[in-house]
Each structure stands twice: as structure tokens, then as C-alpha cells.
Write a protein that binds this ligand. Structure first.
Ligand code: FAD
Ligand code: NA7
Length: 447
């Protein structure tokens, strides 16, 4: 029997299990699918943990999400076409839910398709290697299923890596950090904005984490937030108490000095400086090495490891699209594994990757990035029976969302979008996002 390993039970791993289960329900022999998840529950980053540093087994904590995290894009842009928000919640809900609501939705589909039975929890993959002679992968596993650490090896025909890439921090150092008298942390370790109430914060970075943690911190009471950008400012109309300054040069005591010659005293520094694709458990010749971008090289259709097509990576791109892109990838991965989607030869795969990379090199701005990832998802969807949805509507939603953010960075989450699956328009939230302090599911669903 063909054995297929899925590593990680976050949104990508769950999408893979769902895809295989759909084929099984259609009467296809999918072989044996086993998912290994090092945490004790599913959901990946959406499975909130209060922990930072090390987990209960001494491994680096996977979670990077924090309290009071609301979706940073419209939920209509990530809606599963085969499990809509209307189906899960029994009626319309606003377009920007907090984390717990999206966790409920993701795991709702996984419960419906009954895939928990395929997951070995508390089981970390320690090594992935490939034996040229047997053409099989060997996975070294450490499991705490019985409470004690137990090590074993299993062999598989195919491996799907779904371990995410927003967990291992990119941690730059600036002169003066070692003697800074306050706390310095990475966004990976940020958990509760309330900790910074009354403080003057310095944030480094100019992408999603910097934007959201700056807003959060101010919303929950930081006295001031200074965002230092390395290349270009985000340029939003920030609320009172937040502003952007050019790059940090050095710190002297608690005084931060910036490239424009100005300086400010700060109490804490949050490095919103991104993450590394970090897969130390995969043998070097199988290991994806890339920066965070929309088309990592070496992956045919963004998923198949061209150097060994029995190895598949899911969700390794930077992400406008999330859950729907993961689904589209998972259906392609499944059909490659099942032999329903024959792969072209190595040269043709390389040529396809090169063509996408050549197009990516011409992308100049955010609308271009949105179009690029839309076309990528469209290409994937043309290859399988993943149920269609109005992709052009989603593309337009992303463009509108970007404009909304430019209009009002504190108010864009109060807007409503139409579902590309059902047409349902999200109602306005009962409380504007800037005034809502409670991120609980029950509170969000109150009408
Ligand atoms: P993950 O969610 O990271 O899951 C990977 C899983 O693999 C984890 O469960 C982990 O424990 C497991 N794992 C890792 N290594 C091993 C191993 N060696 N052995 C066994 N198991 C392993 N997306 C949105 O759509 N909307 C948002 O609002 C949004 N906000 C975000 C906010 C933050 C702070 C971050 C960091 C990301 C956010 N994202 C958001 C993007 C997020 O990456 C995706 O939504 C999604 O979680 C990616 O799913 P994944 O399965 O690829 O990875
Ligand atoms: P991103 O989107 O990868 O962005 C990383 C940011 O970090 C980016 O603005 C970088 O600056 C900045 N950066 C990187 N290195 C440095 C140094 N050395 N000094 C200053 N600034 C630096 O990561 P995010 O965490 O924002 O977002 C990741 C996901 O989490 C995303 O999907 C969200 O939904 C949540 P640059 O712009 O290149 O100048």
C-alpha cells in the first residue's frame, strides 16, 4: 500500500488530509495517509498558545499568533469553496473575524471530513531522508503520545511538508541592543499588547506584523509607538500616537537614533523583522531554502520539489491567498501522489518554474502581486476537481482591501465583502474594530 506522510496539522496539513479524504469518499484507493503533528492539537498557528521560547518538550514554540488578533484580510478571500462560512456559522457574519472564529471555521471543516483519525499528535518529525535504492523516505519520529519520549522510524512513498514558515524568527542585531535597559523581543514572542500599556514602543519592520502590532499596542494602551522602516515607510494614515521614522542606526541606553538624525527614548523594542524558512529536520538535498516571496524556486507548480517529485511542500509562498490557495495546492499534491496528474519530465518542470519566476521578476507593485498570486491559484485550480469559486471577485476584494487600508488603517476591518462562493455579504460588525477590545467568538457572533 502506498504510504503518504503529511508533516504538520495546520491549515495546509488539514487541507491535504481533506483532499485525500474527498478522493477516498469518491471510491479512490488513496493508500495510507498519516499526519504527524508535534503539538497536541490541530490548527497550526491558529491554535493559540500562551507559551514563548520552548514548548513542554523543549522544542521551539511553533505559535506566533497573539491575543486580540483579528483577520488582517477579508474572510471572503479565504473561504473554502466546499465549506462556506454560511454553512459553518448558519448565517452571515462580518468580514473580519478574530482568531478564535477562524480557528473554529478551519477545524469545523476538518471535523466534518473526519480527518482527525489520521493525525498522530505530540509527534515531531526529527529527520526526513530519502533512500535512492528503495526510493522510499525515512522519517525519524519523536513522540510523546504515551507521555514519555519514544523514538521510531517509519518509511513512506511520499512526503508532504506542511510545517509553515512563520515560526522561526529573523532576528537582526543593532548596535546598543546588548545594553538596552528594556525588553527586546521578536513578533514571534509577542502575546499580549496589554503588557505594553503606558510604554513608549519601538517597532522595527514595515510589513504585516509591524503594522498590526503597532495598531494593537496603541489600541490596548501603549503611550506611543515609533515604527522604524529599513527601506520604505508603510505610509498609512496612522492614528494619534503612532508614527514612522527612517531606519534605526543604533541605541544608546534607552535612546534610539534614526537615519534622519532624530532620536527618541523608548521602553521596549519589538522586532517585526519577519521569519526564516527553517527546516532543519529535512536532509539538505531535500530542503527548500528561500526567502519569503510569492514563488520560491525549485517547486513545480509551487509545490512539487523538482529534484525529487515524491516530496511536496505546501504553503511555502508569501501569502495574499491563504486557505483557498492551500486547498488548491493540496488537491494538486493529492492528484500527483495518486497518479491522476502525471508530472512532465524534469526539463519541462524546470521550464515551467522558470516561466513563473520570469513573470514574478516583472511584478512591480502590490496590485501586480495580487494578480500574480491570483493567476497562480487559477492555474492550480484548472488542474483538479477542487470546487470552483469566483476568483476574479476575490482578486477585486484584495485590491479594494488594499485601498481600504490606505483610506483608514483603523477602520478597514469594519468594511463588508461578498462571498465568492455564496454571494452572501458580511454584515457590519456590531462594534467598530478600533473600539472592540474583546476578541472572543461569542462576543463576535452577538447580533
Ligand atoms: P502553520 O499554521 O504554521 O502550521 C504548521 C504546523 O506544522 C504546526 O501545527 C506545527 O506544529 C507543525 N510542525 C512544524 N514542524 C513540525 C515537525 N517537525 N513535526 C511535526 N509537526 C510540525 N493568514 C490569514 O489568512 N489571515 C490572517 O489574519 C493571518 N494572520 C497571521 C498572523 C500571524 C502573526 C502569522 C504568523 C501568520 C498569519 N497568517 C494569516 C498566515 C498563516 O501563515 C496561515 O494562515 C496559516 O496558518 C499557514 O498554515 P500552514 O499549515 O502552512 O502553517
Ligand atoms: P514579512 O512580511 O516577511 O516582513 C518582514 C519585515 O521585516 C519587512 O518589512 C522587512 O523590511 C523587515 N526587516 C527584515 N530584516 C530587517 C532588518 N534587519 N532591519 C529592519 N527591518 C527588517 O514578515 P511579517 O512578520 O511582517 O509578516 C509575516 C506574516 O505574519 C504575514 O503573513 C502576516 O499575515 C503575519 P523591508 O520591507 O524588506 O525593508
Amino acid at each position: 500500500m502506498t504510504r503518504i506522510a503529511v508533516i504538520g496539522a495546520g491549515p495546509c496539513g488539514l487541507a491535504a488530509l481533506h483532499a485525500f479524504e474527498q478522493a477516498r469518499l469518491d471510491g479512490v484507493d488513496v493508500g495510507e495517509v498519516v499526519c504527524f503533528e508535534k503539538q497536541s492539537d490541530w490548527g497550526g498557528l491558529w491554535n493559540y498558545t500562551w507559551r514563548t521560547g520552548l514548548d513542554e518538550h523543549g522544542d521551539p514554540v511553533h505559535g506566533s499568533m497573539y491575543r486580540y488578533l483579528w483577520s488582517n484580510g477579508p474572510k471572503e478571500c479565504l473561504e473554502f469553496s466546499d465549506y462556506t462560512f454560511d454553512e459553518h456559522f448558519g448565517g452571515p457574519i462580518p468580514s473580519f473575524p478574530p482568531r478564535e472564529v477562524l480557528y473554529d471555521y478551519i477545524t469545523g471543516r476538518a471535523k466534518k471530513s473526519n480527518v482527525r483519525q489520521f493525525i498522530a499528535f505530540d509527534t515531531a518529525v526529527r529527520r526526513v531522508s530519502f533512500d535512492d535504492r528503495t526510493q522510499m523516505f525515512s522519517l525519524a519520529l519523536e513522540s510523546w503520545e504515551t507521555g514519555e519520549s519514544a523514538v521510531r522510524t517509519e518509511t513512506f512513498d511520499y512526503v508532504l511538508v506542511a510545517t509553515g514558515h512563520f515560526s522561526t524568527p529573523n532576528m537582526p542585531e543593532y548596535p546598543g541592543f546588548a545594553s538596552f535597559p528594556g525588553r527586546i523581543l521578536h513578533s514571534h514572542d509577542f502575546r499580549d499588547a496589554v503588557e505594553f500599556a503606558g510604554k513608549n514602543l519601538l517597532i522595527l519592520g514595515s510589513s504585516y506584523s509591524a503594522e498590526d502590532i503597532a495598531l494593537q499596542s496603541r489600541k490596548y494602551g501603549a503611550r506611543s509607538v515609533t515604527i522604524a522602516y529599513r527601506n520604505a515607510p508603510m505610509g498609512f494614515g496612522w492614528p494619534d500616537g503612532i508614527d514612522e521614522v527612517p531606519a534605526l542606526q543604533h541605541i544608546a541606553g534607552r535612546t534610539a537614533h534614526f537615519a534622519d538624525g532624530t532620536s527618541r527614548d523608548v521602553d521596549a523594542i519589538i522586532l517585526c523583522t519577519g521569519y526564516q524558512h527553517h527546516f532543519p529536520f529535512i536532509d539538505p538535498e531535500l530542503r527548500l531554502t528561500t526567502t519569503n516571496n510569492l514563488y520560491p524556486a525549485g517547486l513545480y507548480k509551487g509545490v512539487v520539489w523538482t529534484a525529487n517529485p515524491k516530496l511536496i511542500y505546501l504553503g511555502m509562498q508569501d501569502q495574499f491567498y491563504t486557505f483557498t490557495m492551500f486547498d488548491a495546492q493540496a488537491f494538486v499534491a493529492r492528484d500527483v501522489v495518486l497518479g491522476r496528474l502525471p508530472l512532465p519530465g524534469a526539463d519541462a518542470m524546470a521550464a515551467d518554474v522558470d516561466a513563473w519566476l520570469a513573470r514574478y521578476a516583472t511584478v512591480e507593485d502590490v496590485p501586480g502581486q495580487i494578480d500574480f498570486q491570483t493567476d497562480y491559484v487559477r492555474d492550480l485550480m484548472s488542474m483538479t476537481d477542487y470546487p470552483g469559486f469566483d476568483l476574479d471577485m476575490v482578486r477585486q476584494h484584495f485590491v479594494t482591501w488594499e485601498h481600504d487600508k490606505e483610506d483608514t488603517i483603523t477602520g478597514y476591518r469594519d468594511k463588508s465583502f461578498a462571498s465568492p462562493c455564496t454571494g452572501t455579504v458580511g454584515p457590519s460588525p456590531h462594534t467598530t474594530w478600533w473600539d472592540e477590545l474583546d476578541d472572543g467568538l461569542a462576543r463576535f457572533l452577538q447580533r
